[in-house]
Design a protein around this ligand. Structure first.
Ligand code: NDP
Ligand code: GDR
Length: 324
């Protein structure tokens, strides 16, 4: 039986990936940090077959002993400080977790004998590395110009992954994923903030939605599609880096329009902007060129932008009706 170790199991992608790998017959071990992590119970309830183990990307010893003990065939490093605005308030922490954390886990794999390529490694790189884009759409060769401490930390994580592959022969891949969303998306990210607000406004539980920049454009896909690509990358004869995205970009304003439209609400009456939510440096426009992933992995997204917005609004309406 193939064993996968997933860091970031309590996050959006960790849960979709675990579900996908369990479906393929894997043994899945998820790393959880903290003494009393409230999201541990969520994973236990949703995915009882996942084995949970203690560890923290800030703690070298915990990673070394975890990798030795679990003896994984595949390691997916999804853990990170992943919310871009936080990275300006906590740049040190972001650098430590999102950047150096990648080095720590790569080193744990190397020390466990990963140099023979036996342990396959996936790093969650990000389109935020492209930042102020040098060209559009962005592919694996597009120059990086990150615009936040988060983007800078992801660049470190990306290059240290490439470096461990080149220096030590580790089987290490980096997936440069564009924004992907779902009903499991954290409520601080703009898509979920919008769909949750739409549901609450529809049910009379919220009066307005306060947002920052409505003009930025993102290439939004469905998280369930993107975790398939992570797994596919690790099944190739040799390790490589791949851009994953839909190839379509939409503005935050467009997301708002479609989401309020699903609930038949006039968005202009409910949405207000607040300059305090504008970022010190913005990433204006991201759009993926995932040709390489299509060609080599045979990967294609299955959920369109409109379907994604609808499924998120409907899930939030349901959640608000049941639990709200
Ligand atoms: P989430 O924010 O939902 O999850 C982040 C995970 O990281 C959580 O499980 C969190 O655990 C864990 N974590 C945070 N700090 C530490 C630490 N010190 N040690 C161990 N675990 C820690 O992110 P997503 O699931 O959306 O994203 C997964 C990865 O993909 C991230 O690395 C993200 O940066 C990257 N990415 C995401 C994209 C997206 O659109 N979703 C696009 C491109 C890249 P806890 O419960 O303890 O807080
Ligand atoms: P992003 O996602 O920064 O792209 O990073 P987020 O949803 O936070 O922002 C997308 C765009 O929306 C604008 N925006 C707002 N954003 C938030 N969060 N809240 C608001 O109120 C708001 N109003 C407007 C932002 O300015 C931005 O332009 C996500 C994360 O998952 C990263 O971890 C990942 O690497 C990238 O996607 C790819």
């Amino acid at each position: 039986m193939t064993t996968a170790l997933i860091t970031g199991i309590t996050g959006q992608d960790g849960r979709y990936l675990a579900e996908h790998l369990l479906g393929l017959g894997y043994r899945v071990v998820g790393m959880v940090r903290g003494q009393d992590n409230p999201r541990r119970a969520l994973v236990e309830a949703e995915l009882p077959q996942v084995e949970l183990a203690q560890g923290d990307l800030l703690d070298n010893a915990s990673l070394i002993s975890l990798v030795r003990r679990v003896e994984p065939d595949e390691v997916y490093n999804l853990a990170a400080v992943s919310f871009v605005p936080i990275s300006w308030n906590q740049p040190d922490l972001t650098g430590e977790v999102t950047g150096l954390g990648v080095l720590r886990i790569l080193e744990a794999i190397r020390q466990a004998g990963g140099e023979d390529g036996r342990i396959r490694f996936y790093q969650a790189s990000s389109s935020e590395m492209f930042g102020r884009v040098a060209e559009s759409p962005q592919n694996e060769s597009t120059r990086f110009h990150p615009r936040s401490p988060y983007g800078v930390a992801k660049c470190y994580g990306h290059y240290i992954t490439v470096n461990y592959r080149e220096s030590y022969g580790l089987y290490a891949c980096s997936g440069i994923l564009f924004n992907h969303e779902s009903p499991r998306r954290g409520p601080e990210f703009v898509t979920r903030k919008i769909t949750r607000a739409v549901a609450r406004i529809k049910l009379g539980r919220q009066k307005e939605l306060v947002l920052g920049n409505l003009d930025s454009k993102r290439d939004w896909g469905f998280a369930g599609d993107y975790v398939r690509a992570m797994h596919q990358m690790l099944q190739q004869p040799s390790p490589d880096d791949y851009v994953i995205g839909t190839g379509e970009a939409h503005s935050v304003r467009k997301f708002v329009e479609v989401a309020f439209g699903v609930a038949e609400l006039p968005w202009e009456q409910f949405v207000r902007t607040d300059p305090s939510l504008i970022r010190p440096a913005e990433v204006d426009h991201l759009r993926a060129d995932a040709t390489k992933a299509q060609r080599i992995l045979g990967w294609l997204p299955t959920v369109t932008f409109e379907e994604l917005v609808r499924l998120m609004v409907e899930a939030d309406l349901e959640a608000e009706r049941v639990h709200g």
